[in-house]
Design a binder for this molecule. Structure first.
Ligand SMILES: O=C[C@H](O)COP(=O)(O)O
Length: 250
């Protein structure tokens, strides 16, 4: 039985003051919920303060990226040790915004994910197609390729710990969510890809999220789908009542 995981990607939003306030507002609304792993992913500057504010609650903290090197001359980057030192447990890797605006590649996603796992952080590896790819009818093979590359040269033990977020790019921040069936179809393809590359038992352990305009009124239907184990939420994670409603799905 996979435990659902719902993560809020704050992207480049929330100062330290706003982020810590959000935790104060959110924590009481989700405190009874022990059936879901709850994660928020603030900016680097707010991470330490948000991790501190989340201490003693059931809200866990993730970063929005991490470098693969332990340390060194990588201006602007952050290492796994730096994240662990401040209580971070998860890290989003390969979000489509990183790929599109900052040139991140499948190879880098694989290196970042392996570094995260080696450090004991849980990577939330993002994949998903553009509208052009969907309209060309090649979504499944495109996503399959992204997953095969992201999980390259991992052990089954490591793969079982990975979280994969399927986020169709055309659904991100557009209010245009994929249908429950579209989400399920691609999440099933992802699980099949993991099973083919590793084995079924490992694939059955991997948690797969859907992301892309997830809102309080769409989460219940999404979570009915057998291969959808949670959500990666952008806009709706910035408001405590909305994110709490998503986390406390029916
Ligand atoms: O990481 C989160 C996704 O990009 C979804 O963002 P959104 O819920 O604002 O569409």
């Amino acid at each position: 039985m996979r435990k659902p995981i719902i993560a809020g990607n704050w992207k480049m939003n929330n100062t330290i003051a706003a982020g810590t306030q959000l935790i104060k507002d959110l924590a009481p609304l989700v405190k009874e919920n022990n059936k879901v792993d709850i994660v928020v992913c603030p900016t680097y500057t707010a991470l330490a303060a948000v991790a501190e504010a989340a201490k003693g609650t059931n809200v866990h903290v993730g970063a929005q990226n991490v470098h693969w090197a332990k340390n060194g001359a990588f201006t602007g980057e952050i290492s796994t040790d730096m994240l662990k030192e401040i209580g971070v447990e998860y890290v989003i890797i390969g979000h489509s915004e990183r790929r599109e605006y900052f040139g991140e590649t499948d190879e880098g996603v694989n290196k970042r994910s392996k570094a995260a796992l080696a450090a004991g952080l849980t990577p939330i590896i993002c994949c998903g197609e553009t509208l052009k790819t969907r309209e060309a009818g090649t979504t499944n093979s495109f996503v399959k390729g992204q997953i095969e590359a992201a999980l390259n040269e991992m052990t089954t033990n490591d793969v079982a710990k990975v979280v994969i977020a399927y986020e169709p790019i055309w659904a991100i921040g557009t209010g245009k969510t994929a249908t429950f069936e579209q989400a399920e179809e691609v999440c099933a393809v992802i699980r099949k890809t993991v099973a083919a590359k590793f084995d079924q038992a490992t694939a059955d352990k991997v948690r797969i999220q859907y992301g892309g305009s997830v809102k309080p009124n769409t989460i219940d239907g999404l979570m009915q789908k057998p291969n959808v184990d949670g959500a990666l939420v952008g806009g709706a994670s910035l408001k405590a009542p909305d994110f709490a409603r998503i986390v406390n799905f029916n």
